[in-house]
Design a protein around this ligand. Structure first.
Ligand SMILES: [Fe+2]
Ligand SMILES: [Fe+2]
Length: 228
């Protein structure tokens, strides 16, 4: 029974991370395109966002390999388990996929909001990884420990560009209520959604990897562009 619990915990943890890393780099593709269009001269900011995107992609691949080595597919968790999905939905009243980054960068008030959301999400990720590195079940998995150590190292360079942008443009850092929303989302995932998923026997495994849809999406976007 204990072994089942531990396996289920790691399975869920890895699946939620895999979902969030994929969500991270695909959402940053849009941010990167928009930032390049609005501030093409700001090579330093663009390079930092590009590095952030590359890191999230690297994290995604580490979790994918972790599952491949275990010989199982990730559990089919969805955007209900995405921290940034929930945060964007609350702050912009829109799903990430429906949000047009080009429209966001046109307005400083919207872009500064997005910077604070990304910064808080990355700081949350860093704190969570530090907790997981001390977790007895996680500590039994050497590969997972290695992955979380890499993420721990990478995370500070992820919130820095957005904090620097806010500072350079005289915009405020996150407020108490934005921090409260971040805490609420995290608590909801940890104490409501995770226990529910844990006990949900009908939770199936994915049949494909999330990045297989990247290609489909790029192809359909190419068709749209060609037709438009
Ligand atoms: Fe990441
Ligand atoms: Fe990150």
């Amino acid at each position: 029974m204990r072994a089942w619990f531990q396996l289920r915990y790691l399975d869920l943890l890895g699946s939620i991370y895999l979902y969030n890393e994929h969500r991270g780099y695909t959402a940053l593709d849009g941010v990167l395109e928009a930032v390049g269009a609005r501030w093409p001269e700001d090579a330093e900011f663009i390079a930092k966002v590009r590095k952030h995107r590359a890191d999230e992609h690297k994290h995604y691949l580490m979790f994918r390999r972790w599952f491949e080595r275990r010989g199982v597919m990730p559990l089919a968790v969805n955007r209900a388990c995405g921290h940034i999905d929930r945060f964007v939905a609350i702050m912009f009243r829109s799903a990430i996929d429906d949000l047009d980054p080009l429209r966001i960068v046109e307005r400083d008030d919207l872009f500064e909001r997005l910077c604070r959301v990304i910064s808080l999400t990355e700081r949350r990720g860093h704190r969570q990884v530090q907790i997981l590195l001390r977790h007895p079940v996680v500590r039994q998995d050497a590969t997972l420990m290695k992955i979380f150590r890499i993420i721990e190292q990478d995370e500070p360079s992820h919130w820095a560009p957005y904090d620097e942008w806010l500072d350079a443009h005289g915009r405020r850092p996150p407020s108490w209520w934005e921090r409260a929303i971040d805490r609420f989302i995290h608590g909801e995932l940890l104490f409501v959604k995770l226990p529910l998923l844990f006990a949900m026997p009908q939770l199936t495994r994915r049949s494909t990897w999330p990045n297989e849809q990247d290609l489909t999406r790029t192809k359909s976007e190419a068709v749209l562009h060609a037709n438009g």
